[in-house]
Every structure is written in C-alpha cells, then in structure tokens.
Ligand binder design. Structure first.
Ligand code: NAP
Length: 287
C-alpha cells in the first residue's frame, strides 16, 4: 500500500443529483451528519441535464465519486441503470441511493424506511395500525413494502384513478402474506376509521386536497403529508377539520431517508434529532 496514493488520501465525494437541484436540502443534511459522525467526506448538489443523467453519473464515478442520492426526475432512470438492486428498490421501481462498488453501482430506495422511521419518531409506529395510503405514483409505490414489513394491520391504497391503486395492490400481492392490502378510489376509503392517513399524492403542490369522505380518522389518528416546506397544506387542514388528532409533514421523512443512505455509504448511523430540529426551525410551521 502506498500512502502517497491520492486514491487513499482523497476525501470521499458524494452528491445529490436531480433537475432542478439548487433547492435541495440534502447537502445541508449530509454536511450535518458528516460533522456529527466525524466522516471525511464532501456532499454536493449535482445538476444533470434532463437527457444527460447516465453521462453525469458516469463522470461523477470516474472522478472518484462514492455515492449518489437521486431525486426528481431521475429515480426511475437510476433504477434502470443498475441490475444490483435491493429488494425494496426492485419493488419500488425507483432508486434514490446509488452506492459505487467495484463493478459499477448498486441501487437502493430508502424513502420507505425513512417514512417508517419518521412515523416511529412521531410515536405512530405502523405496527398494528390501520393505515390509509393516498396516491399510487412513485412515492406511494416506494413505501408500500416498508409499511407491510412494519406490520400494518391494514393498508388501504386509495387513488384518484382507482385502477392505478389496484395495480399497486396486485404488484405487492406476493409480499402481503397476512392479506392486509386493499385498494380503491376515494369513496371506498371510508369503510373503517384509520390510525394513520398518509398523503403520497402531489395534490398539495397545487394547494388541493383529495376529496376524502368523512369518518376516515380514528380518535388519536395522525394525518401525514409527504410534502414539506409548505406549512399547513390543504390536506392537513382538511384532516384537522375531519377529526385527525395530529398532523405532520414530510420533513422528517426527508431527514430519515437521508440518514438511511448515509448509513449505507459510511456504515455509521447519525443521530437525526438535532438535524430535524435545525431544519424544522427554518421551515414554515404547521400551526
Ligand atoms: P407522481 O408519481 O407524479 O404521482 C402523483 C400521484 O398524485 C398520483 O397518484 C396522482 O393520481 C395523484 N394526484 C396528482 N394530483 C392530484 C390531485 N389534484 N388530487 C388528487 N390526487 C392527485 O408523484 P410522486 O413522485 O409519487 O410524488 C408525490 C409527492 O410525494 C410529491 O409531492 C413529492 O414531493 C412527495 N415526496 C416526498 C418525499 C419526502 O422525502 N418527504 C419523498 C418522495 C416524494 P393519478 O394516478 O390519478 O394521476
């Protein structure tokens, strides 16, 4: 071993890749994790052209990059890029974490684990809970397996286009040994009250809420919007009016999925509490 070899002395490089990317909170989150755990690493925001994801990733790797987080709109392209996928990434159809290995990349999806950890942090672990998942796009697909594995007593997927929800149910049927997975449209959603209602639609981005029927929220229930940084969204306001005991946004999920990726890369799990507090202080309140 030659200690003068730059490959042995170089600071490890990581990045989040997306388009756009300037708004990303990931560099600040990972810088905080690295400082807290004394890791010798850098983490930057990497803008890839819409038609240049694969080339940008290849260049990053050639320049010594060790790992990437992948965000909108490239998660599906990252999934296609690698054939070494974790089971949760394979089923999610999307990759948000790439790890450089000897042959290329392995791909994982830490979004679902991030959601489950955040729910746990909020005192609402899905084990034994009746869960409603709104939406059937990429975000919903990424969290179904982790919610099933966390032991939800019932998991109902409701979507504006009910057939997309039913297609998700069929996709995960092989992982639903307990037979807890159901799917349908908004009007099918009210048959039993729920303990946790998760909004994985993008309706909040246009200040809309899914038209949910009354009777959805059990006493002590949590309404959770995956969107963050927008204060009390139309969905969360509707949830309060319909009887949800508590509301939360997706900021904690963002931090927890980052911690999961950090642990994959560095083999050390950061304490997320101070980073959550730091971000929360700089984010519109849910009051
Ligand atoms: P997507 O693949 O485009 O799917 C959008 C979903 O929203 C579909 O189910 C769609 O229904 C539904 N939808 C869109 N507009 C709607 C409306 N006005 N009313 C009701 N339903 C509507 O998007 P995605 O990637 O799943 O992302 C969804 C959201 O999750 C985004 O806001 C994203 O920011 C958030 N997210 C957060 C995190 C985090 O870390 N906190 C991570 C991932 C994603 P149809 O099938 O009928 O079109």
């Amino acid at each position: 071993m030659n200690p003068a070899d730059p490959a042995l002395t170089m600071t490890d490089r990581y990045a989040v890749i997306g388009h756009p990317i300037a708004h990303s909170k990931s560099p600040a989150i990972h810088a905080a994790f690295a400082a807290q755990t004394a890791q010798d690493m850098t983490y930057e925001a990497l803008l890839a052209p819409l038609d240049g994801f694969v080339e940008t990733v290849a260049r990053f790797r050639e320049q010594g990059g060790r790992g990437l987080n992948v965000t909108v709109p490239f998660k599906e392209e990252a999934w296609r890029l690698t054939d070494r996928l974790s089971e949760r990434a394979r089923l999610a159809g999307a990759v948000n974490t790439l790890v450089v290995d000897g042959h290329g990349f392995s791909g994982d999806n830490t979004d679902g684990a991030g959601l489950v950890r955040d729910l746990e942090f909020l005192g609402c672990h899905p084990a034994g809970a009746r869960v409603m998942l709104l939406g059937a796009g990429g975000a919903a697909r990424g969290v179904v397996l982790p919610l099933l594995e966390a032991g939800a007593a019932r998991l109902f997927i409701a979507n504006r286009t009910p057939d997309r929800a039913r297609a998700l149910q069929a996709h995960f049927a092989g992982h639903d040994a307990r037979g807890v997975l159901r799917a349908g449209g908004w009007e099918d959603a009210a048959s039993t009250p729920c303990d946790i209602v998760i909004n994985a639609t993008s309706a909040s981005l246009s200040d809309e809420a899914p038209p949910l029927p009354a009777g959805l929220y059990a006493p002590d229930s949590l309404a959770y919007d995956m969107v963050y940084g927008r204060g009390l969204t139309a969905f969360l306001a509707q949830a309060r009016a319909q009887g949800a005991a508590r509301v939360a946004d997706g900021l904690g999920m963002l931090v927890e999925q980052a911690a999961e990726a950090f642990a994959l890369w560095r083999g050390v799990r950061p304490d997320t509490a101070p980073v959550r507090a730091q971000l929360r202080a700089a984010t519109p309140s849910l009051a």
